[in-house]
Design a protein around this ligand. Sequence first.
Ligand code: UD1
Ligand code: UDP
Length: 373
Amino acid sequence: MLVEGSMRNLKLVTVVGARPQFIKAAAVSRAIAANNAASGSTRISERIVHTGQHYDANMSEVFFRELEIPPPAVNLEIGSGTHGAQTGAMLQRLEETLTAERPDWVLVYGDTNSTLAGALAAAKLGIPVAHVEAGLRSFNRAMPEEINRVVTDRLSSLLLCPTRQSVANLIAEGIEDGMRQTGDVMYDSVLFHADRAKQNRDVFARAGVTAGEYVLATVHRAENADDVGRLAEIIAGLSASRLPVVMPVHPRTRARVAEAGVRLNGSIRAMEPVGYLEMLALERAARAIVTDSGGVQKEAYFLGVPCVTVREETEWVELVEAGWNRLVGADRAAIAAGLAWASASDRPPKGVGLYGDGRAAEKVVAELIAAAA
Ligand code: UD1
Ligand code: UDP
C-alpha cells in the first residue's frame, strides 16, 4: 500500500466476468467513489478486470453503461468453454494481469468460474482475496457454483457475508478468521435503482403484456437448462400458465431449447435478455416470479413479489422460511400449484432485515480499508 503524507492508497483489482457480478460490483464501485470523495485517510484505486466470461452486449456492456460502472481496465476476452478450459484460460491470463498490477487486494463476487479463477490466481501469488457473497451454500456439490463457493471461501482472507445463514455456514466449516456480515450489495442496488427503473415502461409493450397481469420467468442454471427432461418440464409448467409469462431467455437456455427442440409456446412470451433497469421494472410489476436465479429470488423479495423457485434447494433459505419463496423443483404440476399460491392475493409476511440495511457496499469498503490497515 502506498502512503503519501497522511494519505494511504489502497490498490484493488476487482475481477468480474458474468452478469450478476457487474450488478454487484457496480454497488461497491459506487461506495469506493464515495469513500474517495470523502475526507478519509485512505483512498482506494480500483481497476476492474473483466474475464470476458459473458460477452454479448445484453449480458455485459449494457450493465457497464446503465450502472455507470468504471470501464474495465482489461478485458481478457476468455469467452465460453468447458469448466476446465474456461477456468484454466482465466487463471493463466489473470496470473499475468495480477503479476503486472500487484494490488493490495483482489475482490471477487459470488460463485462463477470468474470468481474461482480470480481467487485462485490471487491466492497463488500471495495477494489477499476478499469475497463478496461469502458463505453461501446449497450443499449440492453437483452444482458448479457450489464447488466455486467452497474453494473461493477457503482461499479468501476477507469473507464478506450477506446473511446470517452464510455466517453460520462458514462457522460450521471452521472458517471464522476474516468473516464479516455486511448485508447484501444486491439490496443496496435495488434501493438505489428502484425509482429509475420505474421509468422503463416500454418493456411491457415489447413483451406484449400489461403491468400487473403477467408472470416473469428466468431459467438458466446448468442443472435445468442442460437437462432436457427438467427443461421440458419447466417450460411445460410455464406455457400452461393462466397469465402470460414474460421470459427473458439466457443464451445458455436459448441454445439448449433449440438443440432439444423444446418450444417456448403457449403462455410464454420469450425475449432477449434485458438490461438491469428493465429487469427491475419487469420484476416489480409481475404478479409472480418463477426462476432458478439466485439474484432474481432476492429481487422478488425486495420488490414484494412472491417467488416460485424451480430448484430442489436454495442458498437463500431465509426467503423460504419467511414464506416468500417456494421451492417446486422441475415439475409442471408443482409449478402450477406454485403459481396458484403466488397469484393469490394474500401475500406472505415480509421478513425484516434479512439482507442488511442497504449499506452493505459501504461496509465492504470499510472492511477492506480496516483489513489493510
Ligand atoms: C454463469 C455462472 C452461473 C451464473 C450465470 C449468471 C459459472 C459456472 N456459471 O452461468 O453461476 O448464475 O453465469 O448468468 O460460472 N453465452 C453466450 N453469450 C454470453 C455468455 C454465454 O452465448 O455472453 C452462452 C454460451 O453458449 C455459453 C453458455 O451461454 O457456453 C453458458 O455460459 P457460461 O458463462 O459458461 O455459464 P452461464 O450459464 O452463463
Ligand atoms: N437480470 C437482468 N436481465 C435479465 C435477467 C437477469 O438484468 O434478462 C439481472 C437480475 O435482475 C439480477 C441478475 O441479473 O440482478 C441475476 O443474474 P443471473 O440470474 O444471470 O445469475 P445468478 O444471480 O443466478 O447468479
